[in-house]
Write a new protein. Structure first.
Length: 300
């Protein structure tokens, strides 16, 4: 278990998986400020014991709020299990996701269908008591007031949470990797993908007055403008390359797109410096994003 403290009162808990390459990828955020404890995206069921151990090490006796940026299994799947240890916690989730977290059977089945063995490694989604989950446009935790921002794109129910100059951004600007020097960005645009919606959410985040950017995957950064600029540049670049190969009927499609963006994409410029197993993980998710973009053009 690793606990990082990027700024005062804010902790990042690593939730590394047994899956090859799934390190420096899944994490949970814990904010302990002015007598309140907030957990953002507890992670999948399989790693809840790790999170609970970390919370005990941080001497957390009570969780006031659990904030879910979205209900995908790797972010929210273990929330119900976490509440066995912290039953007073109130969960904030987009209203489109609430029913799936209260009765997660359909969400679990969909996760298995899309992710297969990855979903099995994450573990079955745990149900949340219906009286403990709601949607709010702002979250008041004592003196702390979180602004809830709708940021669809990665998912139709994706939201971000802003507290002063701190932003918990989920996957609105994609996935990062903790390099000491340089920025790695990889967008996550799975089906169903709508370009205009995805771009609008990145632009919304770019316009915020924040200086602390907390990724869902992975880590903390302060170069918010560079993050958003790189994500927007990557979005348009990938769209252009995907459309070109889609129109040309290039096969194998995903491989061709990947080879081209590796050569010309700012966000992937550090790809070769990733550990080999992490490269394989990232390539897998790139292919999934290309599929989402291709489906967008098929509808045009």
């Amino acid at each position: 278990m690793a606990i990082h403290q990027p700024v005062k009162d804010l902790y990042l808990v690593d939730l590394d998986q047994s899956l090859e390459g799934f390190r420096n990828f899944i994490s949970s955020w814990v904010l302990m400020r002015q007598g309140k404890t907030i957990v953002v995206d507890p992670g999948p069921r399989a790693t809840i014991p790790v999170l609970v151990e970390a919370l005990k090490k941080l001497d957390v006796k009570k969780i006031d709020y659990i904030l879910l940026t979205h209900i995908h299994i790797d972010h929210a799947g273990g929330t119900g299990l976490l509440m066995k240890d912290y039953p007073d916690a109130q969960v904030i989730c987009h209203d489109k996701g609430i029913k799936h977290m209260v009765e997660p059977a359909k969400l679990w089945a969909g996760s298995l269908k899309v992710l297969g063995k990855v979903a099995e490694a994450y573990g079955e989604i745990a149900a949340i008591p219906k009286d403990n989950i709601q949607y709010q446009q702002s979250v008041q935790a004592g003196p702390l007031e979180f602004e809830v921002l709708e940021t669809p794109g990665h998912a139709v129910h994706h939201i971000s949470f802003k507290l002063d100059d701190l932003l918990f951004a989920g996957e609105v600007a994609g996935v990062s990797y903790p390099f000491d020097d340089g920025l790695y960005i990889r967008l996550a645009t799975p089906p169903v993908f709508i370009y205009e919606v995805f771009k609008s959410s990145i632009e919304k985040v770019a316009a915020l007055n924040v200086s602390h950017f907390c990724f869902g995957h992975y880590g903390y950064r302060r170069d918010v403008k560079a993050i958003c600029d790189t994500a927007l540049n990557q979005l348009d670049n990938w769209m252009a390359v995907v459309e070109k190969h889609h129109r040309a009927g290039t096969e194998p499609f995903a491989e061709a797109v990947f080879d081209e963006v590796l050569k010309n994409d700012r966000g992937l410029s550090l790809f070769s410096k990733l550990p080999a197993d992490v490269q394989q993980r990232e390539k897998y998710f790139c292919f999934n994003s290309f599929k989402g973009m291709r489906e967008y053009f098929k509808e045009k």
